[in-house]
Design a protein around this ligand. Structure first.
Ligand SMILES: NC(=O)C1=CN([C@@H]2O[C@H](COP(=O)(O)OP(=O)(O)OC[C@H]3O[C@@H](n4cnc5c(N)ncnc54)[C@H](O)[C@@H]3O)[C@@H](O)[C@H]2O)[C@@H](O)CC1
Ligand SMILES: [K+]
Length: 484
């Protein structure tokens, strides 16, 4: 849930009359105290740093509970809570002294609880907070964050001046900032505490996990045949650039597509022929689009990996999207081909009721296609991907350690299972092929992209830190077959 969605859920829960805000705050502070006792019960002293809002309120509650359990607790406030708020009520229950942040002098054997800012934070971290947090790091005192490490924006994960925490206790649902970098790394272990909040309305933001798309995975019936199981076409690069398209084609097969064909210039197909067996090869003459037209029942096309010829990629992609035929996964050179002007492609893509175009840019390619969105870095990766998806009428897979998958209807998922092993040549080609393999089997584009990104992450984990792209392909089926 975004910060605003969480505030709305809090508000609706309180309005429902089940219990007041102070009860939620007692539960939130109680969950923080529980986490502190479970992980840092031996702390010589517990320093609680409180801000002026409800995040600080949670801190006063936690301080009172921990002191009641016999721990040596000190409390420091950036500013007193505003009168009349739940935080002011919570502060009244703290009977001990309140120091200023400058009095905070931690030791390595202590614990610091960061209750300065949470969901209500935006903008820049004030200097006194930044220097207090930096003292905890300098003095090697572990930090337990309430809701978010102070300075991390819950919507974007951006966090200038925030420090890496040992653990973070958040409430009800994680926020995008817990999954997007650098926030994800700054949170440490993230603990989600149920405090009795109930959602006001459904959210459009998800962690990418099988629950989101499992129901849409292809499950072929007994009467199926190879073309009905999903036919994919992959455009090859030139003679000395065939590997990327081969990886995409193999990945499409391993994602379950029943018939995969590589289309290419005859001299490139000679190279493919020496490598592949169950993949079909189709030569194009002067007209690659006509060659595509001769293939049976194509459900998805991959264009871009190792393709090389940008003008040809541009005209092919435009023709495929105009045709309202198969889904198109546009990757790598296919994206770069539209760097100067993608408006025609996007206009044609937006006509479809269901998105049939999938763009899989990394940050650099994204900036080529959407320079204005990329320039507004403060908006964050999630907002960027959402705006791009809406503009392009496409599912946008904005790749990275925290890949965001966004649909034109506003849904977006943040992926969290990737490992550095995926940063290897050909890894993106495998992903593009897996998206196409699933889409060709009739999976809607958003679900297909989410599933492919997740399976790619699992394949990376299973293949270990030294995985190469070929290993990822080999590891795909084990993870997919567990889910169908
Ligand atoms: N009923 C609720 O809404 C609940 C909220 N909870 C806690 O409440 C928190 C959210 O509370 P709030 O909405 O009061 O927000 P916060 O307590 O996160 O921060 C709001 C305060 O910080 C100030 N602030 C924001 N950005 C600043 C900046 N750049 N520089 C200086 N000051 C800045 C604001 O003026 C305001 O005083 C959550 O993170 C969670 O910890 C929990 O107690 C559970 C229940
Ligand atoms: K905090």
């Amino acid at each position: 849930m975004t910060n605003a969605e969480m505030a709305a859920a809090d508000g609706a829960t309180i309005k429902s009359g089940a219990f007041g805000g102070i009860v939620l705050m007692e539960r939130a502070g109680g969950a923080v105290a529980d986490a502190a006792l479970a992980r840092f019960a031996a702390a010589a002293r517990v320093h609680v740093l409180c801000g002026p809002g409800n995040n600080g309120g949670d801190g006063y509650v936690a301080a009172r509970i921990l002191a009641g359990k016999g721990l040596s607790v000190r409390l420091y406030a950036l500013a007193p809570p505003k009168p009349g708020t739940d935080a002011a009520l919570a502060a009244e229950t703290w009977a001990g002294p309140v120091g200023g942040l400058d009095a905070f002098a931690p030791d390595p054997a202590d614990l610091a609880i960061d209750a300065v800012f949470g969901a209500g934070f935006s903008g820049a971290l004030p200097d006194p907070v930044q220097s207090a947090l930096a003292r905890a790091v300098d003095r090697r005192c572990p930090v337990l964050a309430v809701d978010l490490p102070s300075g991390v924006n819950g919507d974007t994960g951006q966090g200038a001046g925030a420090v890496a925490c040992a653990a973070t206790v958040t409430f009800y649902r994680r926020k995008p900032g817990h999954l997007l970098y650098p926030g994800r790394a700054l949170c440490g272990e993230t603990i989600v505490a149920e405090i009795g909040v109930r959602a006001a309305r459904p959210t459009a933001t998800f962690e990418n996990a099988p629950d989101l798309w499992r129901g849409a995975l292809p499950r072929p019936g007994a009467d199926t045949h190879k073309y009905a199981r999903g036919a994919v076409a992959v455009f090859s690069g030139p003679r000395h650039g065939t590997g990327a398209s081969r990886l995409a084609a193999l990945a499409a097969q391993r994602a379950g597509a029943g018939a995969v064909t590589i289309l290419g210039h005859p001299n490139a197909l000679d190279i493919h022929a020496a490598h592949v067996t169950s993949i079909m090869l189709r030569a194009w003459g002067d007209d690659p689009m006509a060659a595509l037209g001769t293939l049976k029942g194509i459900g998805a096309v991959v264009l871009g990996p190792g393709f090389g010829d940008l003008p040809l990629a541009r005209s092919l992609a435009a023709a495929i999207v105009d045709d309202k035929g198969p889904a198109l996964v546009l990757d790598a050179d296919g994206i770069t081909a539209f760097a100067d002007d993608a408006s025609g492609l996007f206009d044609a893509a937006r006509v479809r009721d269901e998105p049939a175009l999938v763009l899989t840019p990394h940050a650099g390619e994204f900036a080529r296609l959407f320079p204005d969105l990329a320039a507004d870095a403060a908006a964050g990766k999630l907002a960027m991907a959402r705006a791009a998806a809406e503009r392009a009428g496409a599912v946008v897979v904005l790749k990275g350690p925290d890949t965001v998958i966004a649909a034109p209807d506003g849904r977006a998922a943040v992926n969290a299972n990737a490992t550095p092993a995926l940063a290897t040549a050909g890894s993106g080609d495998v992903l593009a092929g897996a998206v196409a393999g699933l889409a060709a089997q009739g999976m809607p584009a958003f679900e297909a992209a989410c599933a492919a990104v997740w399976l790619h992450g699992e394949a990376g984990r299973a293949s270990g830190p030294l995985a190469i792209a070929e290993d990822l392909i080999a590891a795909l089926p084990a993870h997919l077959s567990k889910l169908v």
